[in-house]
Design a protein around this ligand. Structure first.
Ligand SMILES: [Zn+2]
Length: 145
């Protein structure tokens, strides 16, 4: 009996080792946001909620404006909902045609490995992920443009 138990433990140990190896080769925890199309569709589905959050703003108009701006500037975002939220906040902070003081935010990965890259954005609540370590980057610097 003791012999059989040892063998079973041996097998279990091997399985654990294989699982660790697999996790190294292809991590299950890779976080991926839905495609741009899916994210925009989600924003469109939530227009009523957005309207309640930003009652003075024409949400549909602002969404169309944002999409035009993204197209015109050829910009790609990871998190379009976060970007849209910021876009709306900027709209509420704008008095007449007076723009708010532009600022840049430098996002950095806490791991600080050689492959980690900083990212600069005009918005302060973006979700940038480090491609190297899959960490969410945090703001380390605010620059006035
Ligand atoms: Zn990193």
């Amino acid at each position: 009996m003791a012999n059989k138990k040892t063998t079973l433990n041996d097998i279990l140990e091997r399985i654990v080792k294989i699982e660790i190896r697999l996790e190294e080769i292809a991590p299950i925890a890779k976080r991926k946001l839905p495609s741009k199309k899916e994210q925009i569709a989600q924003i469109e589905a939530e227009i009523k909620i957005w309207s309640q959050k930003f009652p003075t703003i024409d949400i549909e108009f602002e969404l169309a404006k944002m999409l035009d701006w993204l197209k015109a500037t050829n910009k790609r975002k990871k998190d379009y909902r976060a970007f849209f939220r910021n876009w709306l906040r900027k709209s509420t902070n704008t008095v007449g045609n007076e723009p708010v003081t532009p600022q840049s935010y430098t996002y950095s990965c806490a791991s600080n490995k050689a492959g980690c890259k900083d990212e600069v954005s005009d918005f302060k609540d973006m979700s940038f992920f480090c491609k190297e370590c899959n960490n969410i980057k945090t703001i380390i610097k605010v620059t006035r443009n």
